[in-house]
Ligand binder design. Structure first.
Ligand SMILES: *[C@@H]1O[C@H](CO)[C@@H](O)[C@H](O)[C@H]1NC(C)=O
Ligand SMILES: *[C@@H]1O[C@H](CO)[C@@H](O)[C@H](O)[C@H]1NC(C)=O
Ligand SMILES: *[C@@H]1O[C@H](CO)[C@@H](O)[C@H](O)[C@H]1NC(C)=O
Ligand SMILES: *[C@@H]1O[C@H](CO)[C@@H](O)[C@H](O)[C@H]1NC(C)=O
Ligand SMILES: *[C@@H]1O[C@H](CO)[C@@H](O)[C@H](O)[C@H]1NC(C)=O
Ligand SMILES: *[C@@H]1O[C@H](CO)[C@@H](O)[C@H](O)[C@H]1NC(C)=O
Length: 312
């Protein structure tokens, strides 16, 4: 994202009281299985982009050469490959959207994944620059990556442009899947919901001019939560233990019997109940809880501002 304009978003879910109610129902939802067929997964229908009229530019379709059972079939087994700039234009209703881009670091026939280096822009935002899926997934157990952005759309079109790097020989761009779905105003600042920039303690107001990238979303003290178990927004939460610095893990209070009650104005679909049923506590003994700090540590890209939001 461009450095002056955008901030990254670190979402640390902690604990809240709220009431159970219906899931969020998106008014817009586009799921593209790029280069592949139309298929259903987890009750969602992914469409082929083969004959779609969303794209402008030259592209080819490809299928991964190796089938890794640890990688979800949809949308990762097929890709659309771009050797020159390519734009998808999606019809959307104005308002906030989640844009999720799915990438699998696999070699496609005739191409070397080391050469996949590209940028992605959307509206006036630079989402990715000099991006290498291979480098991004090196050292990680998973060989795929899902990038999630929240963008406010003023008009009725969302453009997403893939541009191969011009400074690398043989560079190409690709994408395995694209998800566009309308989202509620869950991040926008209100009087009692301010976002603080990590490190400099400066308050940041999220309004329609902000675009956010989700960097981490953790279920503190709990388990992984997949998108299909979210409240209709298909966000996923990760286990937090591997992010804790040192050996001071606090005490996990799992399976808390929560009486969930939303503060006025907070929709109940803000997060699934399971997020609130686990927590990390520092213990009721002041001699002990003052003797250590509970610290989460995140690796991040240099040069950006980061926001932290907690469900408290
Ligand atoms: C892909 O490129 C990398 C870096 O240039 C090289 O080390 C590797 O051998 C290549 N792989 C294949 C299959 O050609
Ligand atoms: C989207 O792309 C189309 C075609 O390139 C262009 O005409 C339109 O102005 C773009 N819209 C936005 C919001 O960038
Ligand atoms: C892109 O990233 C590669 C590898 O990290 C680096 O060597 C190269 O200088 C970068 N290119 C630009 C234009 O930033
Ligand atoms: C949680 O998900 C991550 C990412 O897919 C995976 O590496 C990890 O093993 C999972 N952890 C548990 C406890 O399921
Ligand atoms: C530490 O213990 C004291 C005394 O019971 C308690 O008031 C305080 O809330 C505890 N602090 C934390 C962070 O749990
Ligand atoms: C906990 O962190 C605070 C603030 O960084 C620091 O002043 C304090 O010494 C730390 N306490 C321990 C026990 O490490």
């Amino acid at each position: 994202m461009t450095r002056n304009k955008n901030v990254y978003f670190v979402c640390v879910a902690l604990f809240v009281f709220m009431v159970l109610a219906d899931n969020f129902k998106p008014t817009n939802e586009i799921l593209l299985n790029c280069g592949g067929a139309s298929l259903d997964l987890d009750g969602r229908s992914w469409s082929t982009d083969r004959a779609s009229n969303f794209g402008t530019g030259k592209s080819t379709m490809s299928e991964v050469a190796i089938n890794d059972p640890a990688v979800p079939q949809i949308p990762f087994m097929t890709a659309r490959i771009f050797e020159s700039p390519y734009t998808y234009s999606f019809p959307v209703a104005s308002g906030w959207i989640f844009l999720r881009l799915y990438f699998y670091a696999a070699s496609y026939p005739g191409l070397n994944i080391s050469d996949a280096r590209f940028g992605v822009t959307s509206q006036s935002y630079t989402l990715l620059t000099n991006f290498s899926v291979l480098e991004t997934t090196l050292g990680s157990k998973d060989h795929y990556v899902v990038k999630e952005y929240s963008i406010h759309i003023g008009g009725v079109t969302l453009n997403v442009t893939f541009t191969p790097s011009t400074t690398t020989i043989n560079a190409y761009a690709f994408v395995n899947g694209i998800e566009v779905m309308s989202m509620p105003n869950i991040y926008t600042s209100t009087d009692d919901d301010v976002h603080v920039i990590v490190g400099i303690r400066s308050v940041f107001t999220i309004d329609n001019r902000a675009a956010l990238e989700n960097v981490y979303r953790l279920n503190v003290g709990g388990s992984n939560i997949s998108g299909s178990r979210d409240t209709g927004m298909f966000r996923s939460w990760s286990v937090d233990a591997s992010f804790i610095l040192g050996t001071a893990f606090g005490a996990v209070n799992g399976g808390i019997d929560v009486n969930i009650e939303c503060p006025p104005g907070t929709p109940s679909y803000i997060a699934p109940t399971i997020v609130f049923s686990s927590a990390r506590l520092m213990g009721p003994n002041a001699n002990i809880n003052l003797s250590y700090n509970l610290t989460w540590t995140f690796s991040i890209d240099y040069g950006f501002a980061y926001l932290e939001t907690s469900l408290l």
